[in-house]
Design a protein around this ligand. Structure first.
Ligand code: NOJ
Length: 518
């Protein structure tokens, strides 16, 4: 295999720090907790950790409202603890990716406190102030504009009113934010996942968005208008390229963008001559129906749209999306794992998916997520997929000794790391084996995607390079299905059949996936 960068070779593991491991008995995860669990991640075989925000924050949006970009929130630890954790990460050959939130700060950030204090404050133009609101909406419900009585103007916030949007057209904002990137890069951080990359720049004329003719009442109100003027503006690409130049001035770092856009627009974030994000997150599987045909279409479309030389990537879960095991059911969750870990490029895995964690129902009085609080009952809430990691079968799942900030899944007595370690056919074992298989057969990482097809709700594709042809067969149905195929089985989702030689055809059991060497 040609020399690949670490972020091309390895699997990225997303940690939601509040929910991974508590070491201080306050019921909220922290950095020391993460440090204590690093050997688990090494054993799982992932290459890098991406941490959702750990900076000082009033936690209106659980850390995505940052009040100081160059420190650690006391809930999570200290800068000293961060350095220690980073050292331990690197000592194990792992990499560390931080979340960078450039679109907005907290309303408690000193910049915003200054900005809102008077119309002629030097930081006034660091945010987006207008005499009158336009029709841009907040992603968390209602208008995107908040009236500020001190100065009688409105400021724009794409998310909560506690998250005012920065004005990236102002060079001083850019300089200050780039200094923050350098602060962490100098500390040894290996890259960034950039929050809402496609929202960073807005129309300079603040034109009204067109109404969405196909809006369905009862779905999130943000969809009432089409985000023509406050998202994916052409000027954003120059900004992404500038970020990339900065990142590339340090050796061996990675720039990842969170981008929810259709495939063609997503691809533009690789940038002119690949000068944009290394990995514009590919969320196509998150919204796709769980059928062989629909997925085959996504795989072909993505492969066809990928610019020459661009490195693909795939995501099946994150802290904003329902758990895959709840979306497709426990049996198909294993098929989903085999799908994800046999796709080309960089794979991102959300914590807990490797043990089949499911959405945990949250009683109305326990709701934490502002998305759910603002627009209750329409499925906007993200608490269900943010519940504590399930380490063992004890009442608090070995996550904390305090009162967990979100409830622990009732099924944690079965679905937990300790139990699945002992069980050779567990989800955990499947993930570990599939990740190892990517390393043993690098064709799974950088081989071509070929012969994608769907038939009888079986999805098949080949991964091909000069060394090997691997055939992947995924039964998305709950029936036994006969398939034409030939080769030696490297792996079944069901744990058995390894080494079985198939000459012409075979049967896939319900929800069985196979990897064959042809
Ligand atoms: C995207 C993040 O993933 C989400 O959790 C957050 O609420 C918004 N951006 C606002 O930062």
């Amino acid at each position: 295999m040609q020399e690949l960068a670490w972020w091309q070779r390895g699997v990225i593991y997303e940690i939601y720090p509040r929910s991974f491991q508590d070491s201080s008995a306050d019921g909220i995860g922290d950095l020391a907790g993460i440090r204590q669990r690093l050997d688990y991640l090494v054993d799982l075989g992932v290459a890098a950790l991406w941490l959702s925000p750990i900076y000082p924050s009033p936690m209106a949006d659980f850390g995505y409202d940052i009040a100081d970009y160059c420190d650690i929130d006391p809930i999570f630890g200290t800068l000293h603890e961060f350095d220690f954790m980073l050292e331990e990460v690197h000592r194990r050959g792992l990499k560390m990716i931080l979340d960078f939130v450039p679109n907005h700060t907290s309303d408690q950030h000193p910049w915003f406190l200054e900005s809102r204090s008077s119309r002629d404050n030097p930081k006034r133009d660091w945010y987006l102030w207008r005499d009158q609101p336009n029709n841009w909406l907040s992603n968390f419900g209602g208008s995107g504009w908040e009236h500020d009585p001190t100065t009688g103007q409105y400021y724009y916030h794409a998310f909560l009113k506690q998250q005012p949007d920065l004005n990236w057209r102002n060079p001083a904002v850019r300089a200050a934010m780039f200094d923050i990137l350098r602060f962490w890069l100098d500390r040894g951080v290996d890259g960034f996942r950039v929050d809402v990359m496609w929202l960073m720049i807005k129309d300079d004329e603040f034109r009204d968005n067109p109404l969405n003719p196909s809006y369905t009442p009862g779905t999130p109100s943000i969809n009432r208008v089409l985000p023509l003027y406050n998202a994916n503006r052409p000027e954003v690409h120059e900004l992404v390229a500038a970020m990339r130049t900065l990142i590339d001035s340090y050796p061996d770092r990675v720039l990842i963008g969170e981008i929810y856009l259709p495939i063609q627009q997503l691809m533009e974030y690789y940038g002119e001559a690949l000068t944009g994000a290394n990995l514009p997150f590919n969320f196509q599987l998150l919204q796709c129906a769980w059928s062989a045909e629909a997925i085959a279409q996504v795989l072909s479309d993505y492969d066809a749209a990928l610019p020459a030389g661009a490195w693909p990537n795939w995501v099946l879960g994150n802290h904003d999306q329902p758990r895959i095991a709840s979306r497709v059911g426990p049996m198909q969750a294993a098929v989903a794992a085999m799908l994800l870990l046999t796709l080309p490029g960089t794979i991102t895995l959300y914590y807990g998916e490797e043990i089949g964690m499911t959405n945990v129902p949250i009683a109305p009085e326990n709701v934490q997520d502002p998305a759910e609080r603002n627009e209750p009952g329409i499925g906007a809430g993200r608490d269900p997929e943010r519940t504590p990691m399930q380490w063992d079968a004890t009442p608090l799942a070995a996550f904390t000794t305090g009162r967990p900030w979100l409830p622990i899944a009732p099924d944690h007595t079965n679905a937990n790391v300790a139990a699945q370690y002992r069980e050779p056919n567990s989800m955990l074992a499947l993930h570990r084996d599939l990740i190892r298989l990517r390393n043993v057969h690098p064709t799974l990482i950088d081989g071509k995607m070929q012969s994608i097809a769907a038939h009888n709700n079986v999805l098949r594709y080949q991964r091909v390079d000069a060394n090997a042809t691997l055939l992947i067969l995924l039964n998305l149905s709950h029936e036994q299905v006969k398939v034409d195929a030939g080769g030696v089985i490297l792996k079944s989702t069901h744990g058995d059949r390894k080494g079985e030689n198939i000459t012409h055809s075979t049967f896939l059991r319900p929800a069985e996936g196979l990897i064959l060497k042809m």
